[in-house]
Design a protein around this ligand. Sequence first.
Ligand SMILES: NC(=O)c1ccc[n+]([C@@H]2O[C@H](COP(=O)([O-])OP(=O)(O)OC[C@H]3O[C@@H](n4cnc5c(N)ncnc54)[C@H](OP(=O)(O)O)[C@@H]3O)[C@@H](O)[C@H]2O)c1
Length: 231
Amino acid sequence: MNIIIAGGSRGIGKAIAGVLAENGNKVLITGRNIESLINAQKEIGSNISIFDADINDVKRVDELANFVGNTFVPDVLILSAAQFPKPETARSVVDADAEELSGIINTNVVSNYRLVKKLLPYLKKSQNPRIIVIGSTAGVRTDNGGVYGISKAALINYVYNLRAELKKENIGVSLINPGATFTETRKKKSPEDDSLLESKDFGILVNALLNMSHQAVLERVDIRPLAGDTY
Ligand SMILES: NC(=O)c1ccc[n+]([C@@H]2O[C@H](COP(=O)([O-])OP(=O)(O)OC[C@H]3O[C@@H](n4cnc5c(N)ncnc54)[C@H](OP(=O)(O)O)[C@@H]3O)[C@@H](O)[C@H]2O)c1
């Protein structure tokens, strides 16, 4: 399969890219920082190509869509890029300012919405197209999510709408909501710390999802550490 992962240069997106490439898929990873993309490509090895694009940059997203249209038929689009909140006000909807809320909704909802619209015409050419969105359990819980949680709650509603609307187009839409996950940016407190999920687990899950029969759609899954939400 040909797979595009927006936000595939680090963290959960990169871990998914690694497992899918290892399983023989051709994976195009995107992100803003070209160095991170090159490093991820070197680390994963074969079956990986890169394209630098900020999902908030409309012109660059158009260029990405043109590149995809001229190069291959994508079977799967995975949305993993996100803006995180400022650490000092991450859990507060009283202290975080409205401009931060606006920016975070723009990246996590509006830009993902636009990206789907731009790539849909190409996905429709695939025999078995799928869209997989990485949300967050912060969008499920009704406390402590801050402005980030508001954006992820909106994303969940968007994905439900997309799932309902795209079934008639033969496109499966899946939502995966991770809890706190160990990445380059979210560190463990110690090597023994098991309060975070391993990002590779999302690669294992997505690979299984893509090996299901065409008519099966994993609609939504919430995955938390054994200890539950750990923030
Ligand atoms: N890690 C967690 O604990 C956790 C928990 C719940 C949900 N999630 C969700 O899982 C997904 C991945 O998170 P992560 O922890 O793996 O994040 P991460 O390690 O920060 O990686 C984010 C990826 O997205 C790219 N990206 C960020 N902003 C972008 C933009 N404006 N345009 C294009 N690419 C952009 C980054 O590359 P550049 O910076 O180079 O652009 C990077 O490849 C997100 O949707 C996040 O909300 C994560």
